[in-house]
Design a protein around this ligand. Structure first.
Ligand code: FAD
Length: 494
């Protein structure tokens, strides 16, 4: 072990979108602070944040049906839809701020306007979609949404999906043109380029092996994977932004807030079409309804994607099971995450979620032809030769004891921090990268309570709606839509 001792203000573990976002915010708030980043892979944005590993949806509940629920009294609950949409508006404002200051360039490299649509079939689903549409349209965040159950209109909106469709069932769709496709991998890399230009000390091929408390912060034990040499770095604040690797590091920190927490990995798989003749027939993100028993993150959707300036179509994600917590992780990840303090929680979750486990294992066993059948519900004449399978990233869902019972599987994102605010970890992956800025605002509020008041004017400059519930301010919504569209080049006509 080396005796290297390096002191710094902040250490970020992992070079994904979350560390990129927190680092960029701290750079604006405290330009003089020393920040170090340690990433085990050879570059930024290579795990879940990579463009091939996630679906690139700027989640704002314009098309995702799982963010609205029909209540027992028949009314539509849109609370979650409003929350997710507001969080995405926060991300767009921060990106626009960075673009306006030339800290991020060429926004079309990472974000493009793309209609967001929901598409359903069958009378019950059509009735659900109409009710959802009526509830959302009445809200200022969703102005501009259109509904149609007219096959002629649907042929105009989604020609590829309507071609050769023999299904005699009723069909309906909603469409809104203010949706986006985000290349989170490109965004992460751009943010890291910016951080390095701003003297943030970024170390790739450096694995964080352990964390221990010091008098005024944390000692982080890092292994240089190129030389095998161990180093020790000290920081007043540590952010564990390690994606699927966060749970193990949280456990190593030993903080009481991390006790009793477990993780359950869900893997993903996309079918991808790069045949230009087919790609050009579709221009939207079209979300369907999740099959019965499927976890919310495996809602099937057919998306136009822009990666490396080339358009392709992605369909999926198909869920699956692998015990790895990172795509580049180890087969022992799930097993080694089980500790004495979360054993009962994990066992309860296992017993309660047998049907989910069965569903995931069934998904893993699907042949390509069976996956093509699922795709043909969206693209009736899809040919197997035009579509290839691509393995996506891993999502580690949080398991903890809640009011709903022991071993509850949670599908959201969770910030776990120590009571003195010297360390925070981000667990879970949904809605994910789209909400990076609001999740990092939560980290700042929890870990820097003494600074947040001083930072307020700067935060308002970075995020004009900071501290203001957008849904209660229709004028501010319009203003933010206009200014972010201008800065991020989101005019569909351009
Ligand atoms: C199939 C799929 C589809 C998705 N679709 C969407 C979507 O459409 N829209 C959306 O907003 N979100 C989506 N997400 C979620 C989104 O991808 C994640 O929430 C987001 O990328 C997580 O970012 P992160 O920075 O926390 O993690 P990551 O991007 O995984 O980065 C973590 C980094 O930490 C590094 N690391 C781990 N352990 C260590 C260690 N010990 N030492 C050093 N480095 C370490 C890893 O190598 C990695 O680079 C999707 C995810 C998946 C898997």
């Amino acid at each position: 072990m080396s005796n290297d001792q390096n002191k710094t203000d902040v250490i970020l573990i992992g070079a994904g979108i979350m560390s990129a976002t927190l680092g960029s915010m701290l750079r604006e708030l405290e330009p003089d602070w020393n920040i170090k980043v340690f990433e085990r892979l050879e570059g930024a944005g290579k795990e879940s944040s990579n463009e091939w590993n996630n679906a690139g949806t700027g989640h704002s509940s314009l098309c995702e049906l799982n963010y609205t629920n029909e209540k027992a009294d028949g009314t539509m609950d849109i609370t979650k839809a409003i929350k997710v949409n507001e969080e995405y508006q926060i991300s767009k404002q921060f990106w626009a701020y960075l673009v306006n200051r030339n800290l991020l360039t060429n926004p079309r490299d990472f974000i493009m306007p793309l209609p967001h649509m929901s598409f359903v079939w069958g009378d019950d689903n059509v009735a659900f979609l109409k009710k959802r549409f009526d509830a959302l349209l009445a809200h200022p965040l969703f102005i501009g949404m259109e509904y149609s159950d007219d096959p002629k209109q649907l042929e105009e909106w989604i020609p590829l999906m309507m071609k050769d469709r023999e299904n005699k069932q009723s069909l309906a769709a909603t469409k809104i043109d203010t949706g986006t496709d985000v290349n989170f991998g490109a965004l992460t890399r751009k943010l890291f380029d910016h951080l390095e230009a701003e003297q943030v000390d970024v170390h790739y091929k450096h694995n964080v092996d352990n964390l221990s408390r010091t008098n005024d912060g944390w000692d982080v034990k890092v292994r240089n994977l190129a030389t095998g040499k161990a180093e020790h770095h000290e920081a007043k604040f540590v952010f564990i932004g390690s994606g699927g690797g966060s749970l193990h590091l949280l456990q190593k920190s030993g903080i009481p807030e991390g006790k009793g927490v477990g993780g359950f990995p869900v893997s993903g798989l996309f079918m991808v079409c790069e045949n230009p003749e087919i790609v050009e027939q579709h221009h939207a993100k079209v979300y369907g309804k999740a099959p019965v028993g499927a976890p919310p993150m495996s809602v099937p959707h057919l998306d136009t994607r822009l990666i490396d300036k080339k358009e392709s179509l992605f369909f999926g994600p198909f869920a699956g099971f692998s015990p790895k917590f990172l795509k580049t992780g180890k087969m022992t990840d799930l097993l080694t995450s089980v500790k004495m303090d979360n054993l009962l929680t994990m066992l309860s979750a296992g017993a309660k979620n047998m049907s989910l486990t069965k569903y995931l294992i069934n998904q893993v066993m699907l042949s390509k032809e069976q996956r093509m059948e699922a795709l043909r519900e969206f693209v009736p004449n899809a040919k197997s030769d035009d579509w290839k399978l691509v393995v996506a990233g891993q999502r580690v869902q949080v398991i903890r004891d809640t009011d709903e019972g022991k071993g509850t599987l949670k599908f959201g994102t969770e910030v776990v921090s120590s009571d003195d605010g010297s360390i925070a970890a981000l667990l879970g992956a949904s809605p994910g990268a789209s909400t990076a800025v609001s999740v990092m605002l939560e980290v700042l509020a929890k870990c820097y309570p003494d600074h947040i008041q001083k930072w307020e004017p700067k935060l308002k400059e970075m995020i004009p709606s900071y501290g203001v519930p957008l849904s209660e301010n229709p004028e501010l919504i319009n203003e933010i839509h206009r200014t972010t569209a201008e800065s991020l080049n989101l005019d569909p006509a351009e």
